[in-house]
Design a binder for this molecule. Structure first.
Ligand code: PLP
Length: 263
């Protein structure tokens, strides 16, 4: 909905070369021209890349599939350099320890923040997402929504979504659990021949110093352990490993140690 509403210029929209895999899909679907900007060697977004003329900007924070978080000052900088277009910050994973850009909303009318119930609220099946921004931006989104798809959220989803928001204690407990598991799992992974950027999401992005990511992926699959492998330039030697329960992460480590001893 945001792509459809705000990205309608002849100029290309900008997003990172390594990012959420749906951005180019939506851009292609809606015939929106786009240009990708390379992350630096540490998988960080280079803010200067987003200064040029464009039809809009979008990036996830933290980014996917890297988990890398961008500081608020850099987001502010990108928003300020793009006052004539809309900058969308996709905070799908913000509840796992990152700092939301909501405090910037009062200063910038061109900033739109989108969040979802699919990750930190464990409610992907309900299909609830939302956007935060100036009155003018929300009005534009509603105009588009009511023109072609008025009832985007069904009644049971609304009721369950409200219940989720009301139970803040449960939300804090479950997100904290993921963060705790992520941190011990990360420490354990770093004791092995793996390296990984600091993750602020509910997954780790890991590369092994001698074994290829594809080999680990294939071997894990045979043990019914599913991690994500991307056959894509620059990241084809990385695995995105989702944080599950403590038992699931221990099962991965057990698999991994056996695998490493054999290879
Ligand atoms: C999951 C995700 C979304 C939105 O997912 P929905 O289930 O469609 O709400 C948006 N951006 C990123 C980066 C995501 O990972």
């Amino acid at each position: 909905m945001s792509f459809l509403t705000f990205f309608n210029s002849e100029k290309p929209i900008f997003f990172p070369d390594i990012t959420y895999s749906f951005y180019d899909v939506w851009a292609d679907l809606f015939r929106i021209p786009y240009e990708t900007k390379a992350l630096d060697e540490n998988f960080m977004i280079r803010k200067e890349d987003y200064y040029g003329e464009n039809g809009g900007v979008i990036f996830p924070n933290p980014n996917a599939p890297t988990g890398v978080l961008m500081p608020l000052a850099d987001i502010r900088d990108i928003v300020e350099h793009n006052s004539d277009v809309i900058v969308i910050v996709d905070e799908a994973y913000i509840d796992f320890g990152g700092e939301t850009a909501q405090s910037l909303l009062k200063d910038y009318e061109n900033l739109l923040i989108v969040q979802t119930f699919s990750k930190s609220r464990s409610l992907a099946g309900l299909r609830i997402g939302y956007a935060m921004g100036s009155e003018e931006l929300i009005r534009a989104l509603n105009d588009v929504k009511y023109s072609f798809n008025s009832y985007t959220i069904n009644r049971p989803s609304i009721l369950l979504g409200v219940a989720s928001v009301e139970d803040d204690a449960y939300f804090r407990e479950t997100t904290a659990k993921i963060v705790t598991t992520r941190e011990w799992f990360k420490e354990d992974m770093m004791k092995r021949r793996l390296s990984l950027p600091d993750s602020w999401a509910n997954f780790l992005f890991a590369t092994h110093r001698s074994v290829s990511a594809r080999d680990i992926f294939e071997a894990a699959k045979k043990q019914n352990i599913y991690v994500r492998y991307f056959a894509k330039e620059r990241i084809d030697n990385y695995l995105r490993i989702t944080i599950g329960t403590d038992e699931e992460m221990k099962a991965f480590l057990t698999f991994f140690d056996k695998f490493e001893n054999l290879s």
